[in-house]
Design a protein around this ligand. Sequence first.
Ligand code: SER
Length: 317
Amino acid sequence: MKKILIIGSTGQIGSELSARLRSIYGVENVVCGYYAPPFPDGFFEAGPTVEIDALRIEQIADAVRKFQIDTIYNLAAILSATAEKKPQLGWDVGVGSLLNCLDVARDLKCALFTPSSIGAFGPNTPKDNTPQDTIQRPNTVYGITKVIGELVSDYYYDHWKVDTRSVRFPGIISSMTLPGGGTTDYAVEIFYKAVKGEIFECPIKAGTFMDMMYMPDALNAAIQLMEADPAKLIHRNSFNITAMSFDPEMLYHAIKQHYPDFQMVYKIDPLKQHIADSWPNKLDDSCAREEWGWKPNYDLERMTEDMVRKLKMKNKK
Ligand code: SER
């Protein structure tokens, strides 16, 4: 039976991954590492927790020893737009916390999952059907830390057989915890405005396509990859995955099917637009499909329907 530590368990992915992992492996076998508020409702009552600053290696090692952890999900992150504004923090969290996790994983014999991102690609990467193995010359702090993360994770596998695995997440759309400081955040924020009957000011230009994914698929990807037969993995760090690719207009029209009076205007954020312009339009995720059976369940219409339903319920509370 796995004993899992989630670092960054109160964030957008962690807050949902923790519940899913606990439903699979048992509440007591999933320890939620937390750093700073806000904490999700019922966080401390739901199962074991531990305070962890991912920049302090001894805190990670102590938690691994105390709870006899064998698998770490390292979700501590500073997203793309914030990392451009606070580069030192971007380097520290993007690279520093990963190196700490890798050293602990090597010394205390844990498997390690770390998210990479569509941000690991840059302006001279092929934009359409972006291959698994291609040019990676990102021009953002976030993207550079992701490329370093991919390379150093493969290095720890090659040299010390640390079981490192990773996916390049696209923008993740979810209803429980808001992302913050990401370029793809608009695709979450738009739903909150639609459900409240407010006008949405879109920071990204019409015609800017990016890969996206609904949270249930993102959770499946992380868990399925960590459960995959290692003999079948040709790649490790990191797999292209995607579920849909759209621009703001396509998302707006999908939401209008549910809220015909919903209005969107454009108020372009130059930093986010610059970042989005450097990222692919759509990834080719065939290696993930072949090597560990990746297959998403939600397309734009299904995701939109479910987001609207969940946020309506949340609004009523
Ligand atoms: N969602 C992230 C961001 O926009 C990309 O992985 O920064």
